[in-house]
Write a protein that binds this ligand. Structure first.
Ligand SMILES: NC(=O)c1ccc[n+]([C@@H]2O[C@H](COP(=O)([O-])OP(=O)(O)OC[C@H]3O[C@@H](n4cnc5c(N)ncnc54)[C@H](O)[C@@H]3O)[C@@H](O)[C@H]2O)c1
Length: 385
């Protein structure tokens, strides 16, 4: 078992990583949080055995457990589900000192976290991520929330709160039941970390090269490699979050905004319901990680256009994305003009300034204010099929 500390002073916490951890989650929650009732938000795509293990462990540790299922789809990650969960928790005798626990992927975690942040103005929160993406990214750092549908469509994560978990329990056994597609989506966020790891502390310089050397083993779910992958990526995320908890650093520093690498492109295409990773309509819409992989390729295209990144490095990135089975191009994109308009309304716009994260090599990235439409167009051209 490994453990990574997220250094946030009195809000600091451990991310524990290992196989079989859900069987002992009850004792761990008792030690770190206490309380007597546990409100568990359960991803309904999880195998029953995994849910039983976690709930059984909580009950064994003396908790009265109330479990609410959520369906992990972006359109479900809404104020509607948030309200339903608040109604459910209010219907129990849950007190402010009792834990809210997320058991699932990033969608369950984001929604559960927002419930924890809001119910009685804040209840202790525990993350039990069950997808690779949630283990290496979504469960660490305290961003919680839901999407909002406005007159101009679905806006990702527009409503939410920073609310750090008290502990993150990443049971690698959960990855056994993950579909290949969802595993690959998580690898996309790992590649993103690889593109910033050399410049952000955390001791994970060279992560991109390590991923290149281990790409096939990652996809084949080699147990040792997956454990190392999760720990190394959590160290990158933890280091960035510790340096800029609420994404307030200026563009020159980068800070937490660097984690948005690829996401300004990704968020513009993720809500387009008809897009698919390989042209098969049955696979629409894109998963978050699939959109991020395309976003990373687009960000590299932007970097090349700006002369910040070499064409060779951009090709190498594309090569890794392809080797892990993620798409590097997508058909059916709207016009550049329409996409740029959507990007300008992304919540990452700060004081009216459009910020784009652009790689400067295979391990370092930087924030660029107002990159110019030609740069953004080059990004879209890089992924347009
Ligand atoms: N809060 C953050 O900092 C942060 C960071 C990155 C992404 N996110 C968010 O995370 C979400 C994506 O998360 P995700 O990639 O985990 O997707 P997800 O939550 O949509 O889960 C993907 C699929 O995997 C299933 N699943 C989950 N665990 C499983 C398991 N162990 N076995 C079998 N199936 C399982 C789910 O039911 C779902 O069908 C997006 O909404 C994104 O915006 C948040």
């Amino acid at each position: 078992m490994g453990s990574v500390r997220v250094e946030l002073g009195d809000r600091g916490y451990d991310v524990v990583v290992g196989r079989g951890l859900l069987g002992g989650v009850g004792e761990r929650v008792r030690e770190t949080v206490g309380g007597s009732r546990a409100f568990v938000v359960v991803d309904d795509g999880l195998p029953g055995g995994l849910i039983e293990r976690a709930v059984g462990s909580l009950e064994g540790a003396g908790y009265t457990v109330h479990a609410e299922r959520v369906h992990a789809e972006e359109r479900e990650k809404s104020l509607g589900i948030f309200e339903r969960l608040l109604g459910a928790i209010a219907g129990t005798r849950h007190e402010r000192t009792d834990p809210v626990i997320a058991l699932g992927g990033g969608i369950a975690g984001d929604v559960a976290g927002y419930v924890a942040a809001s119910y009685r103005r804040g209840a202790p929160f525990v993350q039990c991520p069950t997808t690779l993406l949630a283990m290496v990214d979504a469960s660490v750092g305290g961003k919680t929330g839901v999407n909002l549908t406005t007159g101009t469509g679905l806006k990702k994560n527009l409503v939410g709160a920073f609310w750090q978990p008290r502990v993150v329990v990443a049971d690698l056994e959960a990855l056994d039941s993950l579909s290949d597609r969802t595993l690959r989506s998580g690898v996309a966020e790992c590649i993103k970390h690889g593109l910033i790891a050399d410049g952000v502390g955390g001791g994970e310089g060279g992560l991109f090269g390590w991923m290149e050397s281990n790409a096939e083993k990652i996809i084949a779910r080699d147990a040792g490699v997956l454990a190392e992958l999760v720990e190394r990526n959590v160290r990158v995320k933890a280091s960035v979050v510790a340096g800029d908890e609420r994404e307030e650093a200026g563009s020159a520093v980068g800070g937490r905004a660097l984690l948005n690498l690829g996401h300004t492109f990704a968020h513009a295409i993720e809500p387009i319901g008809a897009l698919t990773p390989d042209g098969d309509p049955a696979k629409a819409p894109l998963q978050h990680g699939e959109a991020v992989a395309l976003g990373l390729v687009a960000a590299c295209g932007a970097g090349v256009q700006m002369g910040r990144m070499s064409e060779r490095d951009a090709q190498q990135l594309r090569g890794l994305v392809e080797r892990v089975g993620l798409a590097t191009r997508v058909g059916g994109l709207p016009s550049d003009e329409d996409l740029i308009e959507v990007m300008r309304h992304d919540k990452k716009v700060v004081r009216g300034v459009f910020r784009l994260v652009v790689p400067v090599g295979l391990g370092k990235s930087g924030v660029v204010d107002e990159p110019g439409d030609d740069v953004v167009r080059a990004g879209w051209a890089a992924i347009r099929a």
